[in-house]
Design a protein around this ligand. Sequence first.
Ligand code: ARG
Length: 497
Amino acid sequence: MTSERFLKGRFNKELAEDVKSFIDSTSIDKEMIYEDIWGSEAHMLMLVKKGHIKKCYAREMLNCLQIAKKDVKGDRFILKPYLEDVHINVESYIIRNCGIEYGGKLHTARSRNDQVVTDVKLHLRSKILELMDCVIELQNILLNLALKNTKTIMPGYTHLQQAQPITLGFWATAYVSMIMRDLERFEGLYSRVNRNPLGSAALAGTSFNIDRRITTRFLGFDKISEHALDAVSSRDFVVETFSVMAILMSNLSRIVGDIILWNSAEFNYIILPQEYTTGSSIMPQKKNPDAAEMVRGKTGAVYGALMQSLSILKGLPSGYNRDLQEDRLLLWDTLDTARMSLKVLCGMLGGAQFNKKRMKEMVDSSFAAATELANHLVKKNNISFRESHEIIGFVVRKLDEKGKTLADIDEAFEILNKKINGNITANTFKKVVDSENIIKANKSLGGTAPREVERMICSLRADMKAHQKSVRKKRNKIIKAREKTEAEVMNILINRD
Ligand code: ARG
């Protein structure tokens, strides 16, 4: 490995080869090279404004950074591992190209400690917005599915036993509602990520008269992460990111949990698009839900990443410690896993067909109407729910002993009618156990009744749109800040005063 020791004053020996590769973070840093350059531009503009760097010096360095950006774009900016990280790589690029008397000024009132956390936050916030977009896309698909299926009857489960009739629309909106909280969590996370640590320097602030509000504006941060020692040494926002993603993945793993079951011949509720299923190398008939299984499988890896990030922080002494470098080892990958999982799920659900006939048959050949029968006795026969529960339980037992269900309607009616001394007519009995009637009747707030599901679709869509708007607003703010920095850089490059 070629080398040039960067911070050489203190040392007259080379870093050991093993150590070089051991502490190198360039492979994980390369994701945030644009952010590192942006941070340098903002810092330099602030130093110029505060009179610490003359424009003629800044011009050289800013020009150099313009070329650096082109090199990055053209894949010509190769991060050198022996320069440890992206920060030294960018700084040494400037020094190489402008000379140390110019380029050496960039690091005034700055440390890699505030730089790294600035870069991570800048990169992370855009990733969060991408993920929010993907969650919204999945919600949209589920809401469209729900809208078409507010009357599509299927069994609702508890303990994976048929419990009560619900609709496919009710099922789909449950997940929309569930992942809405992921969006809420992303909002909260974003507000904690989008705070500016730059200007904290190594740990104690700086004696240079800097203005952190300026870099905050140029970088599009919402506020300043004020306390210097806290700002450089805290990574709870990284742990929080992993935790938000772990919960999101846990939710996605439940959606695929349903899909995987429903795709089995035993359930046969869903037909997955061929593009999202795979065959077996030996069993010609197989059409496996591998993509869904991978969402479930990758959830485990995300949980592991959360644990890793917590363990890295545990017991660290105050201030920056190099251990913190490991915080983002899995960060970018994990964000990518979540994004891919969402994308795959969108495609899979978007192209899926539902076996509605089978779903309805399963309801109508089961005991799913038992609860509604018990409710009916309470309403019409003036008995307590517990008594009614026992009566219907008795009817179910009798039918079950004969291998029958409530679908054997005449028999079921007879057993019940005998038990309650002729207090129900055959006609009423039929109406009460009819799954469509049951669905319609469950119109309490948040219930499965089509009317209620339609209402929830509207309100969920409104919430989803509000998040969409908020993502757009955040993204615009980033774009505007980027343009503002660019314009100010151009101003210095062009106006030769
Ligand atoms: N590569 C380091 C990291 O990723 C940057 C900060 C290093 N600071 C230091 N004083 N060694 O965390």
